[in-house]
Design a protein around this ligand. Sequence first.
Ligand SMILES: NC(=O)c1ccc[n+]([C@@H]2O[C@H](COP(=O)([O-])OP(=O)(O)OC[C@H]3O[C@@H](n4cnc5c(N)ncnc54)[C@H](O)[C@@H]3O)[C@@H](O)[C@H]2O)c1
Length: 325
Amino acid sequence: MIKNQLLYLSRADVTAVGLTMSEIIAALEKAFEEKGEGRVEMPPKPGIHPGGGDNFIHAMPAYIPAMKSAGLKWVSGFPENFQRSLPYINGLLVLNDPETGLPISVMDCVWITAMRTGAATAVAAKYLARPDSSILGILGCGVQGRSNLEALNVLFPLKNVMAYDIDARAAQSFANEITNRFGLEVVIVDIPKDAVTGCDIVVTSGPILKKPHCTIQPGWLSEGAFASLVDFDSYWHPEAMHETTKFCTDDVPQLHHYREIGYFQDIPPVYADLGELVTNQKPGRETPQERTMTVNLGLAMDDMATAPLIYRQAIKKNIGTWLPL
Ligand SMILES: NC(=O)c1ccc[n+]([C@@H]2O[C@H](COP(=O)([O-])OP(=O)(O)OC[C@H]3O[C@@H](n4cnc5c(N)ncnc54)[C@H](O)[C@@H]3O)[C@@H](O)[C@H]2O)c1
């Protein structure tokens, strides 16, 4: 830290730091261990809803003592932004010095949000998916479709990707990019069922809706599969979720909070949170046959596990702009 200054990191700066997905997965797993041991301070996120509908701007504070990390993300999600050619998720993250409380950095949070959400799926999958999972289904081929795939590709021997998007051009550009970057075979499918049935891991990453469209029907998710519901329960028929033996989440209080404001009106009981899985308080997958699922809501803790790594590497690499306090 430099006295009376903070480091501003633009979206390009954050990306230029070059933190790897493996580093982010490791940081999140450590954060979930801390959470499982009750050592993370993280109140449920308050939000405002300009324009109503499914628009939100959330304040997401967290303090992880073991990682010397304290701060807040102020993040918006506006589902109609694509009509303005703007990203759905936007926002800033403020890091504080946990010893003095002083702000030490302000950074764009779009890259972090994408990467840490993928990493949280991978941490869940490590405990809930079959280790030999090789076929991945992605429904919603946007930012999250990409980062979830990238993270799962770090931990699993992926070979094939079944990609579905309501926008054929989005599916095509996803397929081109994934094949180029990771050398995986991507099959663009015309109906959602083909990105679910027969897949070892399924990620739904379309828009989050208070009223789910329930496209994924009971009987679609194959025996032995794991699903990550990045877009909450929007894609899933309640009976399809009830077919899983272990329905997990990243944070139970936040799940209750969402239920109180109208989301998740018909979901199975929660088997465990990721902190309990990572600290072995509850076993993850126990048989190759069981169907497992996580709905990760996205935690401030995920961001605060990642942001200090970016801050420190940015200083080392001389990236960013120092601003006076
Ligand atoms: N749980 C979390 O921690 C977390 C964090 C960040 C984002 N999200 C959620 O992830 C979702 C995706 O975010 P993003 O940044 O990737 O958005 P994005 O706009 O980049 O991508 C969304 C994609 O979904 C497609 N789509 C829309 N409706 C669909 C449908 N019914 N079936 C299949 N595809 C459909 C769109 O064409 C687009 O390609 C959003 O709902 C967002 O709120 C969750």
